[in-house]
Each structure stands twice: as structure tokens, then as C-alpha cells.
Design a binder for this molecule. Structure first.
Ligand SMILES: Cc1ncc(COP(=O)(O)O)c(C=O)c1O
Length: 401
């Protein structure tokens, strides 16, 4: 879905979150008067044409037109348009049934057999798995690099390097990358950059404005925000937009109008949830950091987190996901700690309104994880901080038994 030229881009982010994607032709019918606040759920597989001339005309340019269900309907276009508007400098957004599907589509669009990819060592594990299995099978080589590499990434470039994948902060260990330094190297060598921006969203890290070519998000996290729907997005700059859109069409990727409506609903309140969850998470991270039985706290806003200076320079704030280690603990003690929690669900994913916990064992190949066996990731929800702290406090006591 290419960007709307309704003028919303000039407004503040909060106004954009409220107004984006609500074009009159998507929210109402002039013959009925007025407009519905939320774009209705337009479900479709088949689209009926008036006649053959109509079919021929719409087949010439299927974009933004009702053509066939897989190409979307106004509910889906509204979500894509809103995500494009939020990322200043973007040309369009493509939607996928999951974040992983979006990552796979971006890599497949940019890479061909014989090419080389630079992948951050702190990437989400299934991203690594896609490279090690699918891309390797296609004859595409992946080199994992230190998340803290910055401009030194130039030394890893090969003549066939076609893409650099970044994730900031990194999965499980939260290193914040020097994205501008990496982008500068990539641009100097005409190499495409992809960022997994699921943690920050464009509200906290304006990926396109920072020079990233393709900004990916798992909308299943903060955008959806209610742990009841899955989706992924690729927001793309003008240079790569035609290629990415065609690739998405070739792969047959499509999302349902029902899921798009859930994501749009989540998007409207993204800023207030991020602000509140970010504030609560930092309060809890500080409380953990002051304890003797905690080893490291990995939270980008804390001074000893790798890349903290880049976080302070480039990010507008923190979301609610971070990790910490139980000092000197093994996996059994970690399990006792997690099992004792009552307000934190043990579950994958994050970014919902409810707090979650998982044991974290970072897969690494470029730089080993040296933080021990007892890394724990917390996703802080909308509960009262005092209750979450009391729950954690009780778990520390229970883990000692
Ligand atoms: C950083 C990151 N990127 C991508 C994904 C994949 O998103 P999805 O679960 O929507 O496929 C996840 C999921 O946990 C994630 O944590």
C-alpha cells in the first residue's frame, strides 16, 4: 500500500495515530452520509466487476483498487497506509501473516543465489534459522556480526554482499546497534539495510528517517498490543518499494481484513501503551539493578547496557521489554524463580497488555554470551508496578529454597 497524500505526514505522531488510514472512501459511502470512525472490515476473496471493460481497466493497475482478495481491501490498505504515515520517509508498507514471514520476504526480495548477507548476531532466533536453513539451501551465505561493530562492519563486506540486517536492541540481550554508522557504510557500497524495529516501533526509533531501507515490525507485539492476533510488516523506502511489492505479490502473501482491523485498533493506542509500559519497565529494571541477587540488567536505558550511548542519541524512549540475570544461578534456580511468579505468564512473544516472562538462552556465533545460564526476559504489561515488584520479590525468595 503506497503512502497516502492526505497531509497527515506533517502532523505529530499522536495525531497521525488517530487520523492515519481513515480516508473517506475507506470509512464510508457518500451516498449514506457521514463516515464510520474505524474502517469497516471488508472481507473478500472474489471481487465482482461491472463488465469486461471494467475488469480490463482495473487489471492494468491493481494497486489500491479492489481487484482480488489477495491484493487486499480497504481495511488492509488502511493499516498499511497508517504504518507508512508513521515512518517518515517511507514509500509504502506490505503486510504479512507474521513477523517471521515479513523477515523472510525481505531477505528473499534482496538476495539471490551466490549473494552474501551480514546478519547481526543478536537477531531473533527464527531470523537466524531462516538464514541457516532456507538461505543456505539457496546458496546464500550469511556472516553473523558483533552487534557492537558499528562502522567496522566495512571490514566484513564482500563483493557479493547485498544486504545488512540489523535489530536494535538485539533479541534477549538488548545490545543497541550504531544504526547510523552501519547505514553510512551500507549506503557507500549500495547495500540494502533492513531493521527489525519491533521493540521500538517508529514512535521510538524513526527507522526510515535514520536511513534504513526496509523497516520490519512484528505487529503481533506492541502494535496489536492485546496478544490476540499475528502479523508482520515491511515499511519500505521509494527506491526499494516496487521490488518489495512485486516480491510480496509473487510470494502470495496476504492478511485478513479481520486481523488488519485488530491491528488498526491496537495502533490507535500504541503511543500511550508504549509510554506507560516503558515507564513501568524502567522502574522495575532499576529495582532489579539495586538487588544483590541480580547479576546484570540488560535494558537499553541503563548506563551499563551495551550501546546505551546510541540509545540515548537515537531513540525517543524505551518500550517494556528487557532482561536480567539471577546472580550465580543455574537453570534449575531460574526455573524455580519463574515458576513462582503469579502475575507474569510464562509465554513467548511480548508487547501485549499483560506481563510475560521467559527463560532466555541467547544463540550466538560471532560473540559468545558470557552472562551465564540464568538470563530471564520480562515483558512488562499494564499492571501496577508495585504488584509486579511484589511478585518478583516473592519469586526471589522462592528461588532460594
Ligand atoms: C524481535 C522479533 N522479531 C520478530 C519476531 C517474529 O514475529 P512473529 O511472532 O509475529 O512472527 C519476534 C517474535 O517474537 C521478535 O521477538
Amino acid at each position: 500500500m503506497a503512502k497516502s497524500d492526505d497531509g497527515a505526514r506533517k502532523r505529530g505522531h499522536n495525531t497521525q495515530l488517530v487520523t492515519a488510514g481513515r480516508r473517506p472512501e475507506w470509512t464510508g459511502d457518500p451516498r449514506l452520509g457521514g463516515g464510520i470512525v474505524n474502517p469497516p472490515i471488508w472481507r473478500a476473496s472474489t471481487i465482482i466487476y461491472d463488465n469486461i471493460a471494467d475488469l480490463d481497466a482495473r487489471s492494468k493497475d491493481t494497486h489500491d483498487k479492489l481487484y482480488y482478495g489477495r491484493r487486499g481491501t480497504p481495511t488492509v490498505w488502511a493499516l498499511a497506509d497508517a504504518l507508512t504515515v508513521m515512518d517518515d520517509g517511507a514509500a509504502g508498507t506490505l503486510l504479512f501473516p507474521s513477523g517471521v514471514a515479513a523477515i523472510a520476504a525481505a531477505l528473499l526480495a534482496l538476495l539471490s543465489p551466490g549473494d552474501h548477507l551480514l546478519m547481526v548476531d543478536s537477531a531473533y532466533e527464527p531470523t537466524r534459522s531462516f538464514c541457516d536453513n532456507f538461505l543456505a539451501r539457496m546458496g546464500i551465505a550469511t556472516t553473523y556480526y558483533d552487534p557492537m561493530i558499528g562502522a567496522e562492519i566495512a571490514a566484513l563486506l564482500r563483493p557479493n554482499t547485498k544486504a545488512i540486517f540489523t535489530e536494535a536492541p538485539g533479541s534477549l540481550t538488548f545490545e543497541v546497534q550504531d544504526i547510523p554508522a552501519i547505514v553510512a557504510v551500507a549506503k557507500a557500497h549500495a547495500i540494502a539495510t533492513i531493521l527489525d524495529n519491533s521493540w521500538a516501533s517508529p514512535l521510538l526509533f524513526p527507522a526510515m528517517a535514520m536511513g534504513i531501507d526496509i523497516s520490519m515490525m512484528s505487529l503481533s507485539k506492541y502494535v496489536g498490543g492485546h496478544s490476540d492476533a499475528m502479523m508482520g510488516s515491511l515499511t519500505v523506502n521509494a527506491a526499494l518499494w516496487p521490488k518489495l511489492r512485486q516480491n510480496c505479490y509473487l510470494l502470495g502473501q496476504a492478511v485478513s481484513a479481520d486481523d488488519a482491523a485488530l491491528m488498526l485498533r491496537g495502533l490507535r493506542t500504541l503511543d500511550v501503551r508504549l509510554e506507560r509500559q516503558g515507564k513501568s519497565a524502567l522502574a522495575i529494571a532499576n529495582w532489579l539493578a539495586a538487588r544483590d541477587d541480580v547479576g546484570e540488567v540488560r535494558h537499553p536505558a541503563m548506563a551499563d547496557c551495551p550501546g546505551h550511548a546510541f540509545f540515548m542519541r537515537d531513540f525517543g524512549g524505551a518500550s517494556g521489554l528487557f532482561a536480567f540475570t539471577l546472580k550465580g544461578a543455574d537453570k534449575a534456580k531460574r526455573a524455580r524463580f519463574i515458576d513462582a511468579l503469579t502475575l507474569f505468564g510464562i509465554g513467548f512473544s511480548w508487547g501485549g497488555f499483560e506481563s510475560l516472562v521467559v527463560p532466555a538462552d541467547p544463540p550466538r556465533s560471532a560473540v559468545p554470551w558470557t552472562g551465564g545460564d540464568a538470563l530471564i526476559r520480562l515483558s512488562i504489561g499494564l499492571e501496577d508496578v508495585a504488584d509486579l515488584i511484589a511478585d518478583l520479590d516473592a519469586a526471589f525468595a522462592a528461588a532460594e529454597v
